[in-house]
Design a protein around this ligand. Structure first.
Ligand code: ZN
Length: 187
């Protein structure tokens, strides 16, 4: 793992994986440690993600940290000028411009930590995440536990809309699945 010694040395870290893999928990953990190190931290998430809390990043395990909801990647630039460490959650929902924004912030000497889904429920690379992985100094792939067999899981299974018992909401609509248990959705 990378360690910040020189506070002016910028880079990009990406934490990615399926749903229920602990991405937000890992992001929160790193940001808390930066705060302990008395670094100035700014935390963002796309305004599209308003589940649970509009001004906090909340993990499935109910950990939370105050965050700023932004409508565009560009908005992060203006709101992070004083920050040494920048956290971005649900990064897959940003437009392609987020890659340039992260690169520019890192070039300015900031530590940028992005967390998001690497694949959608069809196992296709999600939004700008592939490009972020390409330019990042550090990549952490988080694995969930397959809800069918208990194996390590890196896929997100969207449960059938036809199922009577499905309730709309992140935890009800999806399951973490391993490669063997995952079933591709019918087109
Ligand atoms: Zn499995």
């Amino acid at each position: 793992m990378l360690h910040v010694i020189d506070k002016d040395y910028g880079w990009i870290e990406v934490i990615c994986g399926s749903m229920f893999s602990g991405k937000s928990e890992e992001l929160i953990r790193r940001l808390r440690r930066a705060k302990i190190a008395r670094q100035t931290v700014a935390i963002f998430k796309p305004a599209i993600d308003d589940r649970y809390s509009s001004d906090h990043i909340v993990s499935h395990s109910e950990q939370r940290i105050p965050s700023i909801a932004v409508k565009s990647a560009q908005e992060i630039v203006g709101k992070s000028r004083a920050a040494q460490v920048i956290g971005i959650d649900e990064v897959q929902f940003f437009e392609a411009e987020i890659v340039d924004v992260c690169n520019n912030l890192a070039n300015e000497g900031k530590r940028v930590i992005c967390a998001g889904l690497d694949q959608d429920y069809k196992t296709k690379p999600f939004g700008p995440v592939p490009q972020l992985l390409a330019v990042a100094e550090s990549i952490t792939k988080t694995l969930a536990i397959c809800m069918r067999c208990g194996a390590p899981a890196n896929r997100t299974q969207r449960l059938s809309k036809d199922s009577d018992q499905v309730i709309v909401g992140a935890t009800e609509m999806y399951e973490a699945r391993c490669r063997m248990c995952y079933r591709a959705p019918e087109e």
